[in-house]
Write a protein that binds this ligand. Structure first.
Ligand code: PRE
Length: 363
């Protein structure tokens, strides 16, 4: 058989399969429309079309049953987009993210909600909180910690004065690129712009490759990319999205010092999310200012076998030398042992707020 004949046969098969997939996706979308009708018919005041726990369960199941050759992650990403489109038929989900366009936070928002979400850039973390609090959007996406750089304290501090809840988390592998516009040659770079944390994530690489270039901190990576678009002798450190958005050339790839550099983002909103079977909880606690306060706070978690994934300390804003602890642990607030531990913790602290229970990041 000639190459052309072999290709024609295989492409016929692909056409048939595509037709079947398309029919099935539309059948799935019709089911989602019926789900929306049921939710509307329930007459409840605040209808939740977006269901984070259900989405996590669907994606986990996709990964568990996957037999390849496509990877589990690739398959989950495809289903992520199918679900995003189905949800948009029910009601498009509106999301505010820490902008401008092209930031890693935008990438995180799209990874979490899919490309059918309506995502709006905000100038600052405070603005993301405000936009959700005002009800202009249903959810916000903000960075909370980076594996190289540590916690983003501004995000944690924002919870102190906010009634918003955490309804999800998403972890993004952060790859940094050195980008130039058409006016700059790679051997003529004297200025490198980026967000301070990206400059820090690439410090060793910069010391080695561009020791004498001036490092200029700016408000975001995307802003760095925008600046160098027309400038001479300047480069930006930013992600793939910013590079595409501003049509910049990548002259060096994956320049982050830590190969597993990743950032965790939180999804904030007003929703209480039921258990998905594999959840995390975040809480905020203020202790009385006395010796052993942190030990007393953590002891019930240990006794009830609850796995802590993070403990951060922040100044409480209500007087010098008093602190608020942010604690993440594995489990849902409705789990029996979490309930028991929380009842005990409550006796030992001056203030306790559950910021939310939510599915562990799947993708
Ligand atoms: O199961 C639901 O509640 C749906 O609305 C359906 C569906 C889906 O497409 O599978 C869509 C949106 C929700 O966020 C979760 C799941």
């Amino acid at each position: 058989m000639t190459e052309a004949e072999q290709l024609a046969i295989l492409r016929d098969q692909i056409d048939d399969i595509d037709q079947t997939i398309q029919k099935l996706i539309n059948q799935r979308a019709q089911c989602a429309q019926r789900v929306a009708e049921v939710k509307l018919a329930s007459g409840a005041g605040d209808i939740q079309f977006y269901r984070p726990e259900r989405e996590a369960q669907v994606l986990r199941r996709v990964m568990e049953r996957n037999e390849g050759p496509l990877s589990d992650e690739e398959m989950a990403r495809l289903f992520r987009e199918i679900m995003s489109a189905c949800l948009a038929l029910e009601e498009p989900v509106k999301v505010a993210f820490l902008g401008p366009e092209g930031t890693f936070t935008q990438e995180a928002a799209l990874k979490h909600f899919g490309h059918s979400a309506v995502a709006q850039p905000m100038a600052a973390i405070d603005d993301v909180f405000r936009e959700v609090e005002a009800g202009a959007v249903a959810y916000g996406v903000v960075p909370v910690e980076n594996s190289t750089e540590g916690v983003i304290s501004h995000t944690l501090d924002s919870f102190i004065d906010s009634s918003l809840k955490i309804s999800g988390e998403v972890v993004l592998r952060i790859h940094q690129y050195l980008l130039v516009g058409e006016n700059t040659r790679r051997d003529k770079i004297s200025r490198i712009y980026s967000h301070p944390s990206s400059l820090a994530q690439c410090r060793k690489w910069l010391d080695q490759h561009y020791p004498s270039a001036e490092r200029i901190p700016v408000s975001s990576n995307a802003e760095a990319a925008r600046l160098v678009k027309g400038e001479w002798h300047s480069a930006a450190i930013a992600g793939d999205m910013a590079s595409q958005l501003y049509g910049l050339e990548k002259i060096a790839e994956k320049i982050e010092d830590q190969p597993d550099n990743s950032t965790r983002f939180l999804i904030i909103g007003n929703q209480e999310v039921p258990g998905s079977g594999d959840d995390k909880t975040s809480l905020m606690a203020a202790t009385r200012n006395q010796p052993g306060a942190l030990h007393d706070l953590l002891e019930p978690f240990h006794r009830h076998g609850i796995d802590l994934t993070r403990v951060e300390t922040r100044p409480s804003k209500v007087g010098a030398w008093s602190y608020v602890f942010f604690i993440d642990f594995v489990g849902h607030a409705d789990d029996d042992r979490v309930r028991m531990a929380m009842a005990e913790v409550e006796q030992r602290v001056s203030d306790l707020k559950i910021l939310g229970s939510y599915p562990k990041g799947v993708l």
